[in-house]
Structure formats: structure tokens, C-alpha cells
Design a protein around this ligand. Structure first.
Ligand code: 9MR
Length: 382
């Protein structure tokens, strides 16, 4: 039986999987990261340390990651619960493998990839955001104790990887989806309760002290295309600047679907303009474009991997291209990061309980999808 994985084989790994497969004429097709380099553009992917450390799928995961992308973001391993195991106690071993401990190089440097750090303050309490020990012991903590803990955490983490992490999400998802009475509609999170909105100013200042050259972002979902939450984010960014917070820009997550329309003059472009007027940069930080899939039970290896209508993959390609077109034609975009390396390594099927999937540029067998071609075409356009 013809097997795509076998076809790829190990020979292609160091050469760039895609170029080798795609090219009928014997010339390797340009890799995504080469096209991005020619445009001086950061193109990244979110990954777990374990997939690289364990060299999964006979090395295909690591090979694709390093051949196609020039930026690496750890999907979960730099979140507070992963690092901050107790008061002044930090777990760095996993991240050291990728970023390199003091005086050492890590996997990313060995493969010529920049790093994007996600995230110093995940400004909500539920899920994998706030360390459990803070959740359980934090209620009795004084304001001074809380700010000292956060200060020391940010200094320890950003300081350890100073000069190695090009950009950090300093704070993530601090704004509520539903209206509330808080300034900028901030969530009623642990850090907000302890320190007020100033926790955001503090986090930016401490991150900057620990690594003055790193770019620093405020990252948010559900703001792409504009609307009330986007307005809150813009107001917050303006205030942060007034408070002297050293913010480089805004991270727009862009978890969108295959039908999302993005065109010059619309809400997406207007938001970018508003960000530019604030003299801020932006990044598309978690791009994925979900597609409806055939419903399969949890545990089925093909769950989230078979399109309900194959034509949707072409529509998805158009949406991917529209995002890249906006990013590459705007003055203040510092790059695009894709949330997941391949369709098999994406959070979408789990999150949507098997309704959607196929959200990345590469399929379950590490092969390019129409979306990759569409993105490459935009990158080649001058
Ligand atoms: O993709 C991530 C998934 O593996 C985790 O289970 C989840 C909870 O920590 O977080 C996902 O990543 C989120 C990111 O950190 C922030 N923006 C939304 C992303 C998708 O939920």
C-alpha cells in the first residue's frame, strides 16, 4: 500500500521535507522560512518541548519544524503552571532543552530559530493559567507579598533566558468577554484582585528590566476584526503607554475559521490601523483556521482529520492567504505564529469536541496543504 509517511522517508529530513516532495523538476521548492527571510518576516509555530525532545515520528516533527519555520513558541511549557512550582521555586529543565540554560545553547539556537516566550502572566484563574499553589494559598496573601512574588518570578524567568528569547507575551487574555465594571473590562483574576490594573504595568516594567532588548507584547483572543473587546484592548494599550509600560505591541491570536473574510478597509484592517496610530507593533500570535470535519468518536485516530467537505480546504487557503496579505502589507507587523505544526498536533479537534480540525498548514502526514501553497504565493508576491 502506498504510504505517504514511507514516501517521505528519512532522507528528506535534513533537506526540508516539503521542497523535496513538491518539486517534480529536481529543484527543491523554497522553504517557508526562506521565503519569510527574504521578506524579513518572522514565521513561527507553537510546539511542545516533548515532541522535539522525543524526536517523535522518526524525527519528522523536528525536521519539519526547523526546515519551515524561523520562530519557535512553546505551546504550554512556558506557562506559569509549568515553570512556577512554588514560591521562589522554578522548573526550568524542559525549557532549557529548547532555549538553553545559562551559558548554553538550546535546540532553537542549534536550528537557527528565534524564540517567542508565552506567557509571563496568564491573567485568568481557570484552567492551565495560574499555578495551583497560588490558587490555594493566595487568598490570604498581602498586596506586597503578591507583587514581590510576581517581581521575582518575572526576573527569574526572563533573566535566565535574557538575550535568547526575542519576544515575550508579558500578559495574556486579561480582558473579559462579558461586560463588567472593571477598568478596561479586565477579568476578575487573581492578579487583578491583588494588584489592580497596575499588575500589567508592573509585569511589563519587570520584564523590561530583566531583558531590555526583548520585544514585549500584550496578547488577546477574540479581538481580530474589531468590536467591543478590541476597543478595550486599545484603551488598555493606550493606558499602558501612558503609565510608562515598555510595550512593543499587541498580540492578536487569530483563532479563526475557514469562512472568515479579511479584506482591505474592513474591521481587521481598521484594527491594525488603530494599533499603528498608537505607535505600536502587532503580531498574529496564534493563527489557525479551523474547518468542519466528519464527526468521529473521541479516541478515533482520524478524529478532526477528515474534512466534511474537501472544498473547504481551498476556502481555508484563501483565508490563510488573506491574513498573510494583511500582515505583509501593513507597516507594523512583526510576524505570524501558527498555533500547531500539523493538523495532528493542533488543539482544535479536542477543543471543538471533534466538530472542527485541519486548522494548520500541514496535514496529518506532514504533507503541505493548499493553505501552505497560498501562503507561499503571498510571500513571493512583491
Ligand atoms: O494550545 C494550548 C492547549 O494545548 C492547552 O491545553 C491550553 C490550556 O493551557 O492552551 C492552549 O493554548 C492557548 C494559548 O496558551 C492562549 N490562547 C489560546 C490558546 C488555545 O486555547
Amino acid at each position: 500500500m502506498f504510504n505517504e509517511l514511507t514516501m517521505l522517508g528519512k532522507v528528506t529530513l535534513s533537506l526540508g521535507l516539503i521542497g523535496t516532495c513538491l518539486c517534480a523538476l529536481g529543484q527543491p521548492a523554497p522553504r517557508l522560512r526562506d521565503l519569510a527571510k527574504a521578506r524579513r518576516f518572522n514565521i513561527g509555530s507553537a510546539m511542545p518541548v516533548s515532541n522535539l525532545r522525543q524526536n517523535i515520528d522518526d524525527g519528522k516533527y523536528a525536521a519539519l519544524a526547523s526546515s519551515e519555520f524561523n520562530l519557535l513558541e512553546l505551546e504550554n511549557d512556558l506557562k506559569p503552571p509549568a515553570i512556577w512550582v512554588g514560591p521562589h521555586e522554578y522548573h526550568f529543565t524542559d525549557v532549557d532543552f529548547i532555549v538553553g540554560g545559562p551559558g548554553q545553547r538550546g535546540w532553537a539556537q542549534e536550528h537557527g530559530m528565534k524564540l517567542r516566550g508565552h506567557v509571563l502572566v496568564y491573567a485568568r484563574d481557570e484552567g492551565y493559567t495560574l499555578p495551583q499553589w497560588l490558587k490555594s494559598s493566595g487568598a490570604s496573601m498581602s498586596k506586597d507579598e503578591a507583587s514581590e512574588l510576581l517581581h521575582d518570578y518575572i526576573h527569574a524567568l526572563v533573566g535566565r533566558y535574557r538575550g535568547k528569547v526575542a519576544m515575550w507575551d508579558v500578559a495574556n487574555e486579561a480582558i473579559d468577554d462579558r461586560p463588567n465594571q472593571n477598568p478596561f473590562n479586565l477579568r476578575n483574576s487573581f492578579w487583578f484582585r491583588k494588584l489592580g490594573p497596575e499588575f500589567l504595568v508592573m509585569a511589563f516594567k519587570w520584564a523590561h528590566e530583566a531583558d531590555p532588548k526583548a520585544e514585549l507584547y500584550y496578547n488577546e483572543y477574540g479581538v481580530e476584526g474589531g468590536g467591543p473587546k478590541a476597543q478595550h484592548m486599545l484603551e488598555l494599550a493606550k493606558w499602558l503607554k501612558q503609565q510608562g509600560a515598555p510595550i512593543t505591541g499587541l498580540g492578536l491570536q487569530y483563532h479563526i475559521d475557514w469562512k472568515t473574510s479579511i479584506a482591505p478597509g474592513d474591521g481587521h484592517y481598521q484594527l491594525i490601523d488603530e494599533i499603528h496610530k498608537l505607535r505600536l507593533a502587532y503580531m498574529i500570535t496564534e493563527l489557525d483556521v479551523a474547518v468542519p470535519v466528519q464527526k468521529l468518536p473521541a479516541g478515533d485516530p482520524n478524529r478532526g482529520l477528515i474534512p466534511a467537505d474537501p472544498e473547504d480546504l481551498n476556502l481555508q487557503a484563501k483565508t490563510y492567504a488573506a491574513v498573510f496579505q494583511m500582515a505583509l502589507t501593513s507597516r507594523n507587523c512583526h510576524g505570524i505564529n501558527i498555533w500547531g505544526l500539523t493538523d495532528r498536533h493542533s488543539w482544535i479537534p479536542g477543543f471543538s469536541q471533534g466538530r472542527n480540525g485541519l486548522a494548520t498548514l500541514f496535514d496529518k502526514s506532514y504533507l503541505p496543504k493548499p493553505a501552505l501553497q497560498a501562503v507561499e504565493d503571498v510571500l513571493k508576491r512583491k
